[in-house]
Design a protein around this ligand. Sequence first.
Ligand code: DAH
Length: 356
Amino acid sequence: MDHLLPPDIVEAGHSFPAELAACGDLDALLRLKGAYVGREGSHAARLMELLKLAPKEQKRDLGAAINALKQQWEEGLKSRQFEIETKKKNRKALAASWDPSLPPPVPAQGALNPLNRLMDRLVEVFRPLGFHVEEGPEIETEAHNFDGLNIPEDHPAKASSDTFYLAAHPDLLLRTHTSPVQVRTLLRVAQDLGIRGGVRFLSPGRVYRKDEIDPTHSPMFHQVEGMLVGHGIGMQHLKGTLEYALRALFGPHTEIRLRPSYFPFVEPGCEVDVSCPLCAARGCRVCKGSGWVEILGAGLIHPKVLEYAGIDPVEWSGWAFGMGVERMAMMLSQTPDLRLFFENDQRFLKAMGGLD
Ligand code: DAH
């Protein structure tokens, strides 16, 4: 029906929405209103004149077109007016509520991830016993990750289906446990310093295995390794130290239990359970009704591991352990899905404030 209207008004109809959006205040809006629907000289007024002069047979169609246009303009003007007034009101309310004597808002502060906090706590538990922190690289040699730990050539952990090897350097891999830090530390201590006062360290860090990600598995996770080498060290020292450390972590009434197990780098080897800290060993979902939860692997250092580093296994002996950090953090915080620790969901991380 546009052909019945003067071209400049058709044009105006097209540019109306943009002009409306450009009105930043009520004055500008009033001017636009005057130009489009004002009593005199406006587009609408001109259209009414036109309608009066139109031949009878055009009046119906022309009238309908004019009404549609006017209605569109009036509605647009009304809703823009509402928007401008609301904005103004909000601004006023904000200004009235602003108290310049109040201190500025505190910017959001970050915090350590719960896994790091748990590892820090373990380090603090062992520090008074003379343990310091040793670090090792996440990209390791096969020698440190396997050979120096008496892990045989045909061990399943060495398979490329279990371990991430570096394509360009087939003898390099992402370490599958923190145990290679044992090899590095023994080699360094034996070669550079002489072993003298023995070795005591804790080594927290990331490790990698080819696992599909699910609520209890991740191709990247954390372990804490512990090692002590000295004169006449036996199982009793391992048990006593772990009892002290695990009671510091889980509470003074915690009991521990050693079960025989096999790891190539210890002899004898064991798995260590703690009495379930969540149900005081009465039996619950976390301990699957048994009252015990498996916490770490440990044992007396295999003579081959000491020999590899050039340390005499007749003169020196020691123990080592390795524990999984996610498992422990999940248990302590009753988190059912370990992915939550890596996803940076602030709601979860805030709720984890109570972990330590
Ligand atoms: N490295 C072992 C693992 O990843 C854990 C472990 C077991 C570490 C016994 C030790 C140990 O130091 O003595 O499964």
